[in-house]
Design a protein around this ligand. Structure first.
Ligand SMILES: Cc1cc2nc3c(=O)[nH]c(=O)nc-3n(C[C@H](O)[C@H](O)[C@H](O)COP(=O)(O)OP(=O)(O)OC[C@H]3O[C@@H](n4cnc5c(N)ncnc54)[C@H](O)[C@@H]3O)c2cc1C
Length: 474
């Protein structure tokens, strides 16, 4: 008996589609569903064992509403939220009384919801499949090459959408990544999200209103609305949901870090996931100096992150009212990567665009999240969009320079580091995915010579018809 693993050439050689999407995170799901919904034969390829990416960790979905509480992302995101609601796993939009409105969901329900939406739109799915190279000539990709336990596969398509987060496909096809930013050097730290159930929300928010000095509050005037910190804390209590951000400069966390009870971190961010389980998600762990495209360093970070998870569980149970009887209820299934390659596109979204909420005639989706750059240790840059508004993401940010039939979407978009710190969150990722998928289907269906042959007005009209929000908001 031959006991070596035999990765064979796939017998059926080439599989042909109109559109191939790489990566089944927030952007890839939106891209695949939107392409299929627009009539394209669509394949979604994912290296992991499940679809949904960070949508499944319990973190809130940021950037779907602006700081005024207006929806700025619709379409695919709306369909997904509606599916969560039908399945009983939609907590809904909440204000954090600091900087943002976010959408909270039950991540266990989300696992079902994403799959149901994919299935509804007849997206072909290939899990456990790693894309290793592309076949390309003169800036046009004819196929991506992948491997899984069944063998090697060649996946051909008219248009390819890179939602790998790391820009793998675009890079393999020859696209450049944007250079490091001397003003903001480094990459954001990696983290592991985790959850705790059995939390007494009323006790927790009562602690917040009695000790607002521990919390980040009213960091944007659009949210603060002239209130004092104390009044912002009262609003959290009134909202009745555990939307709490313990800051590293507040006495609670500061003393814990100084005494070694907690690891150095900028925050413990707490958001609800399920009222039935009285469960919250905690965003706090962090390890810096890790490049998410370096598998060895990513793997090495796992142990330290899991140690931090347990340290924080012990800390909140011991020190934070409302957590006394809570218990650890789940951890993300993978190390969370905030930032790797930003692919150089025809247009580079920049800090000013985001900060000043710039609107554009070539916008294909919106972002509204603050410039949010986590740093190693205690640091985090947080700069709100002016006036609690939103900015438009130009179509050119999704078009890698030098490639004719590749679109990128999600956290590998073309943006400088500060703008990326905003556009990387899941609301805009889904908006970009919807734009990429819709465009790819139009290009494939009309047999256009490349993605740049599609007039952006045609794309915008199709996006509006698909429920995307392109105008009419701050
Ligand atoms: C710790 C952490 C906290 C965050 N907090 C928030 C928050 O509170 N709210 C919010 O909205 N956003 C938050 N973000 C940001 C947001 O979650 C991500 O930026 C966003 O989900 C990225 O989505 P994406 O689809 O672009 O990429 P990803 O979710 O990274 O998906 C890429 C997918 O591509 C697959 N893939 C990659 N390369 C290959 C390959 N070669 N072959 C096959 N498959 C491949 C991967 O397996 C992966 O599933 C956070 C991120 C992290 C890491």
């Amino acid at each position: 008996m031959n006991n070596t693993l035999d990765v064979r050439e796939a017998s059926s050689a080439v599989r042909r589609y109109d559109v191939v999407v790489l990566g089944a995170g927030a952007s890839g799901l939106a891209a695949a569903v939107s392409a299929a919904r627009s009539g394209a034969r669509t394949l979604l390829v994912e290296a992991g064992s499940i679809v949904g990416g960070e949508l499944l960790t319990g973190m809130a979905i940021d950037g779907a509403l602006n700081g005024r509480g207006e929806w700025v992302v619709g379409g695919f995101a709306r369909e997904l939220f509606d599916e969560c609601e039908r399945l009983g796993g939609y907590v809904g939009p909440l204000c954090d009384w600091r900087l943002i409105w976010y959408v909270c969901v039950d991540p266990e329900v989300m696992k079902l919801a994403v799959y149901r939406v994919l299935a509804r739109h007849n997206v072909d799915l290939l899990l456990h499949t790693f894309v290793t190279s592309v076949t390309a000539a003169a800036g046009t990709v004819s196929a991506v090459n992948a491997v899984n336990k069944a063998g090697r596969l060649e996946l051909a398509a008219d248009v390819f959408i890179d939602c790998s987060g790391d820009g793998d496909l675009a890079t393999m096809a020859g696209a450049a990544a944007l250079p490091a930013d001397p003003k903001h050097p480094g990459l954001q730290p990696v983290s592991m999200m985790f959850r705790m159930a059995g939390v007494d929300t009323a006790r927790l928010t009562d602690f917040v209103r009695r000790h607002p000095e521990n919390c980040a509050l009213g960091e944007s005037e659009a949210i603060r609305g002239g209130r004092t910190d104390q009044q912002c804390a009262e609003e959290i209590h009134r909202q009745g949901q555990p939307t709490v951000f313990f800051k590293s400069s507040g006495p609670l966390l500061k003393h814990a870090i100084e005494s070694g009870e907690m690891y150095p971190t900028a925050l413990i961010m707490i958001q609800p996931t399920s009222a039935q389980r009285r469960e919250v998600c905690l965003n706090t762990t962090r390890v810096g100096g890790v490049n998410g495209t370096d598998t060895a360093s990513l793997s090495a970070a796992m142990g330290a992150l899991l140690d931090q998870v347990w340290q924080c569980v012990r800390f909140v149970k011991a020190r934070v009212p409302g957590f006394e009887d809570a218990h650890f209820s789940g951890v993300a299934s993978r190390v969370g990567i905030r930032e790797t390659r930003r692919i150089a596109g025809d247009v580079v979204l920049n800090e000013e665009d985001v900060h000043h909420g710039r609107k554009r005639a070539d916008g294909i989706g919106k972002g509204s999240h603050h410039i949010d750059i986590h740093e190693t240790g205690l640091g985090q840059v947080r700069i709100p969009v002016d006036d609690g508004g939103s900015y438009d993401i130009p179509w050119g940010c999704l078009l890698p320079r030098g490639l004719s039939n590749v679109i990128v979407a999600g956290r590998c978009l073309s943006a400088d580091r500060p703008a990326h710190g905003s556009a990387r969150v899941m609301g805009p990722c889904m908006a970009m995915g919807q734009a990429a998928g819709t465009a790819a289907a139009l290009v494939a269906g009309d047999r256009l010579p490349g993605v740049r042959a599609l007039p952006v007005e045609t794309l915008r009209a199709r996006l509006r018809a698909g429920g995307a929000i392109l105008d009419g908001t701050r």
